[in-house]
Design a protein. Structure first.
Length: 322
């Protein structure tokens, strides 16, 4: 089973939602810095200015008038992604993988007429997918081509890697693998498969899908445990640098592996979810407390990565079936 009594969860070091909000998000994430992560356009530009690899930005559509000229913005692009600048949970994201005549081919293989694509962008700008329903901007960016490494354990979409960083130190990670149920999206709430990753080694550990334990991908049937994620040191370094970039103490960093470009930072989250604990079967509190109780935290990224690995390698697995 995936559930346990509160006393049992506490003994296992599980961080709950209220404790996350009160003791970590509110305490270590100054509200004034939220726009740096809630606005994906600001995040992308800040990352580019600081040499952090992100998917290329092709254009920004900010008004209904510009939406009517969408065809000109994407005229030279065979594939691209449209996403709300202030969206959340993957809502409003549309992936175009190619064209057929005057229509655009979506990631699920269906075709979308140009008028429908323009209408979607219009809805993005109106704020339909934004936090708080406020007017938004539509980002047109490079479509990530996932690393062939994931081909046997993913369905259609692009897997991503979520790294939780606390006070600049990576403390937990998981890979989110798209499934048929999630419609090819790497979103656990929509049915994607979460797979824990050992911070020290980059090796996959356990899986969770729809709040149930998983040992294989539900669509491909291939095992998900014992797989070493490529570019692991680079991924940890990117996550730590992103924490420095935005100044948030408790941060979720989402990274994708492109087959040609390697690791790219997709987005940042000031209120990362807690499913990483289920995926790893290890609570977050032990690692958080160890970082919190340090007399000092190294300033250099390599030293913080060494610290993260040391913490991970010395921690015993505390989250087991109840």
């Amino acid at each position: 089973m995936m559930f346990a009594r509160p006393s049992r969860l506490r003994a296992l070091g599980i961080l709950g939602m209220n404790e996350r909000n009160g003791n970590y998000v509110m305490q270590y994430n100054p509200r004034r810095l939220y726009p740096l992560v809630d606005d994906k356009l600001r995040t992308k530009r800040l990352a580019q200015q600081n040499g952090i690899a992100v998917p290329e930005l092709y254009g920004v559509v900010e008004s209904q008038r510009e939406a009517r000229d969408l065809a000109a913005v994407v005229a030279d692009r065979e594939s691209f992604v449209i996403k709300p600048s202030q969206g959340s949970g993957g809502e409003g994201v549309m992936v175009i993988t190619g064209r057929s005549g005057a229509s655009y081919r979506m990631s699920n293989g269906s075709l979308m007429p140009e008028d429908n694509l323009q209408y979607h962008v219009s809805r993005v700008i109106s704020g339909l997918f934004s936090l708080g329903g406020l007017p938004d901007k539509a980002l047109i960016e490079y479509m990530v081509r996932f690393d062939p490494f994931f081909e046997d354990i993913s369905y259609q979409g692009v897997p991503d890697i979520r790294v939780i960083v606390f006070l600049g130190v990576p403390v937990a990670a998981m890979v989110r693998l798209p499934t048929r149920a999630s419609d090819g999206k790497a979103n656990l709430h929509q049915g994607a498969l979460g797979v824990g990753v050992n911070i020290d080694t980059g090796e996959s550990t356990h899986g969770v899908c729809a709040n149930a334990q998983a040992i294989e991908h539900p669509d491909t049937g291939n095992p998900i445990r014992g797989i070493v994620i490529p570019h692991w040191s680079t991924i940890l370094g990117l996550a730590a640098r992103c924490a420095d970039l935005v100044g948030l103490g408790y941060l979720g960093v989402d990274i994708v592996l492109d087959r040609d470009l390697g690791p790219l930072v997709l987005e940042l989250n000031a209120r990362p979810g807690l499913n990483v604990q289920l995926a790893n079967r290890v609570g977050l509190l032990d690692a958080l407390h160890r970082v919190e109780n340090l007399a000092s935290i190294p300033t250099s990224v390599p030293a913080r990565i060494d610290l993260a690995r040391e913490i991970a390698s010395s921690a015993a697995a505390r989250f087991t079936d109840s």
